[in-house]
Design a protein around this ligand. Sequence first.
Ligand code: KIV
Length: 291
Amino acid sequence: MSGQEHTNATNPTTSPKVPPAPKGTLKKVRIGHLQEMKAAGRPITFVTAYDAPMAGIADQAGIDAILVGDSVGMTVHGFETTLPVTMDMMIMHTSAVARGARRPLLVADLPFMAFQISPEKTMENAGRLMQEGGAEAVKLETNDPHVLESIERLVSAGIPVMGHVGLTPQSVHSTSGYRVQGRGEDAANILIEQALGVQAAGAFAVVLELVPAELARRVTAELKIPTIGIGAGVNCDGQVLVLHDLIGLTQSPPRFARKYMDMHAGVLRGLRKYARDVRERSYPDPGHSYE
Ligand code: KIV
């Protein structure tokens, strides 16, 4: 864990309503820290972010790692699936997040068709996420054994890789929808093998998405690398949530997502009040006008 250490990009004291990051978490988070947290039994906090202001708030909140997920296609761009997300979109959102947050580890998703074609193409695209986007690690969905070769190549080129097993949304059309994965002993064993394969290929962590809690517990106990759960119960080494589910901007969030605030209602209230004030000519008032 060498290298320059940063403090929070934003000063917690300027916003009294937001509690500062917990003590001892002000150092730049690197992949080795996640390994240490697993060893110490300290849960890893991950959240998605897609723009600079939200990334800054995640940093200020003391979140350990930010994922610029290809979920951006659904949460921000309004697509039905993640499949239309392109490398250029991922680079644009990753660079915005990199400008907004400094302390959390910054992981960016390789989108659909960025890593399925060949290890060479995967190297090129992962390199772009780091060079043009400022990512510090990349994540790729790893239900296909062919991807393991790409992980090995990336890792040996110095690109930290996070795997992703269980529900892999880029395969939504072949998995017949967003369903719980790994139910039953055979499916569970396949998932454990996939996670072990990702670890053997050199990944520093693996996302377990939408798998039974008991299976996630087994995988977490078997792996040396941290597991980051989403819809995978409490016994993973860390948790990741899609920001828009957590802040209440998703219309029909998945059952596993806990809504920590209702941003939809708050923004709606604010916009309705603004529209009323404009129509009543009570905004702008003299205090918001210039002489
Ligand atoms: O794209 C994304 O946000 C993800 C998370 C659901 C893990 O991959």
